[in-house]
Design a protein around this ligand. Structure first.
Ligand SMILES: C[S@@+](CC[C@H](N)C(=O)[O-])C[C@H]1O[C@@H](n2cnc3c(N)ncnc32)[C@H](O)[C@@H]1O
Ligand SMILES: [Zn+2]
Length: 264
């Protein structure tokens, strides 16, 4: 039995044929690639549709080259059997890593970007992917053993609602020096990232691990892919873009924190 609920009336969803339906006969078709659209227009808010096609493709190209595989490996060492939800799963790089580590787990991935979820669901049919917002998660209360949030928006109320008591939340965030050399190559006065306090209401911090290493981008295409994945992408002027376009290779720092919380 799955954990998805109807975004209209919140009854459980079941599958019949290529459609998810609830007891009140609301129905949601499964797209050809395998995901289901559970995003109601009233839930999209100001974010509209999340990452666009260019950003999602850049993320796919970059991640598939393995630059962030140490983070994925660390994440996979910490996930446990049971029901796993990747909230803000993007094009599914980490979600698919979890499946490889735990082939028998019941895994779900949601993202507000249709393009991302469409690409993610083409990877495998063993994960249930849906378009949905982390601020209105279409899954039942207390149904998730492990919630994963990798560089995606955080919604305390919803994450606490869907997790079982003692459920685990695994969060990855960029740490201080993440991509510092990339920022130095583009900006005159690059800032280090500010890491927020670790305390989160309703959760206890179980462990934190810093993952820091250098990696070399061997082509301008990879540099551009990485840059377009960052929040700086839309804040860059002509001179800064030109500097970026002239870079042929770049060694930069990956600096992540993998935080593990338990719901009280
Ligand atoms: C930085 S990306 C991270 C994606 C993925 N976790 C990864 O690391 O490859 C942030 C993701 O959050 C998604 N997103 C933004 N707002 C969202 C929302 N309200 N609900 C769900 N996903 C959202 C974006 O579409 C994007 O895929
Ligand atoms: Zn319904």
């Amino acid at each position: 039995m799955g954990i998805l609920i109807c975004p209209v009336c919140r009854e459980k969803l079941g599958i019949s044929g290529k459609t998810y339906t609830c007891a009140n006969r609301h129905s949601f078709d499964i797209a050809r690639s395998g995901y289901v659209n559970l995003l109601l227009s009233k839930h999209t808010g100001k974010t509209v549709h999340g990452d666009n096609k260019i950003m999602v493709q850049a993320r796919r190209d970059f991640l598939e080259k393995g630059y962030y595989s140490p983070l994925r490996e660390s994440l996979c060492e910490n996930v446990q059997e049971g029901v796993i939800l990747d909230a803000g799963c993007g094009e599914g790089y980490y979600t698919n890593g979890i499946l490889n580590a735990l082939p028998n787990a019941e895994i779900y991935g949601i993202d507000i970007s249709k393009t991302a979820v469409d690409m993610a669901s083409k990877r495998t049919k063993k994960i249930t992917f849906a378009t949905a917002s982390v601020f209105n998660i279409p899954v039942a209360d207390s149904s998730v053993d492990t919630l994963v949030t990798i560089f995606s928006p955080y919604c305390s109320a919803e994450f606490l609602r869907v997790l079982k008591i003692n459920g685990i939340m695994i969060m990855a965030i960029p740490s201080e020096n993440h991509l510092l050399e990339l920022k130095q190559a583009v900006y005159d006065t690059p800032y280090k990232n500010k890491v927020k306090p670790y305390e989160l209401d309703g959760f206890g911090l179980v462990s934190k691990k810093r993952i820091t290493y250098n990696f070399t981008l061997e082509s301008n295409k990879d540099i551009q892919s990485l840059f377009s994945m960052t929040p700086y992408f839309y804040r860059t002027n002509y001179t800064q873009s030109k500097k970026l376009a002239e870079l042929e290779n770049l060694t930069t720092t990956a600096d992540f924190e993998l935080l593990i919380y338990r719901k009280f």
